[in-house]
Write a protein that binds this ligand. Structure first.
Ligand SMILES: NC(=O)C1=CN([C@@H]2O[C@H](COP(=O)(O)OP(=O)(O)OC[C@H]3O[C@@H](n4cnc5c(N)ncnc54)[C@H](OP(=O)(O)O)[C@@H]3O)[C@@H](O)[C@H]2O)C=CC1
Ligand SMILES: O=C(O)C1=N[C@H](C(=O)O)C[C@H](O)C1
Length: 246
């Protein structure tokens, strides 16, 4: 049995993870922590793996506290930067523990990111539209940021130049944000859970890659896969694709 703790356990994702871990035959839920709860070996009650779905402003400090408490960590919370990855990578390597941080645990979203990177070298234009529930506190989504970075890296490796765009004036910022040169647009709409469209264009043709999470259960197979596989990946792993042999 894998003893599992959840931080952010009262949240939309954390409570869904609590249910999924409780239902998993090879896991035991041993601790549910949320805002205001101390993270320590005592409060983690013998957990081997902790799953963090808290908020972007606290997730890095939670991960350091969890490593100090002696557990491996699976992180779904967004808001990570290259600098925060580097600090966690050092801490994980020093402590001999494992951390997996994934912007999206839904299988469709992981595949959509990969498909976008595969397609990117073959198209002049690429833009990312992420669409989420209006309670989401960060924009753009971690998934959209990762998608845009993957597209930009693939375009760079293929030697593609800037995308065509004759816009001379956009005082309201309606062309969206730019991540590594890739336009990213964030929609917040009541009724949505999490969706993303990647638009790729060439003269006379368009490819649309779309992924929808209609329910937070869509993230659970990926979270359980990460809990089961994390011990075999010491140090920092970014993205669930590493565990899917993609
Ligand atoms: N990787 C993935 O597949 C997915 C990632 N996410 C990401 O997960 C994160 C959480 O999303 P969601 O569940 O919707 O958010 P919620 O706001 O519903 O949940 C966050 C929870 O964390 C709690 N919290 C606040 N501070 C701490 C702390 N210091 N330690 C522990 N818990 C704390 C909050 O408490 P309080 O409300 O009292 O502040 C709340 O209960 C977001 O970053 C989101 O983008 C979401 C879906 C899928
Ligand atoms: O806040 C959410 O809901 C989600 N957050 C993640 C993100 O920012 O990419 C994953 C998914 O899109 C749902």
């Amino acid at each position: 049995m894998i003893a599992v703790a959840v931080t952010g356990a009262k949240g939309r994702m954390g409570s869904t993870v609590v249910d999924a871990v409780t239902a998993a035959p090879d896991m035991e839920l041993v601790a549910e922590l949320d805002a205001g709860d101390a993270i320590s070996a005592e409060t983690l009650k013998g957990a081997r793996v902790a799953v963090d779905f808290s908020v972007p402003s606290v997730t890095e400090s939670n991960v350091h506290a969890l490593l100090d408490a002696g557990v491996d960590v699976v992180v779904g919370t967004t808001g990570w930067t290259e600098e925060s990855y580097a600090r966690v990578r050092s801490h994980a390597e020093e402590s001999g523990r494992s951390v997996l941080i994934a912007p999206n645990f839904a299988i469709g979203a992981v595949l959509a990111m990969r498909f976008a990177a595969l397609a990117a070298p073959y198209f002049e234009s690429a833009e990312v539209i992420e669409m989420h529930h209006p309670n989401k506190v960060d924009a753009p989504s971690g998934t959209a940021a990762a998608t845009a970075r993957g597209i930009a890296a693939a375009r760079g490796e293929a030697g593609l130049g800037p995308m065509p765009d004759a816009t001379e004036s956009d005082p309201e910022g309606t062309r969206g944000g730019r991540i590594d040169g890739v336009p990213v647009h964030a929609v917040r709409l009541r009724g949505l859970t999490a969706s993303e469209e990647i638009l790729l264009g060439n003269p006379g043709e368009q490819l649309v890659i779309r992924t929808d999470s209609f329910d937070r259960i869509s993230f659970m197979p990926g979270v359980l896969l990460a809990i089961r596989g994390i011990a075999e990946r010491p140090g920092l792993t970014i993205g669930l694709d590493a565990l899917m042999d993609l």
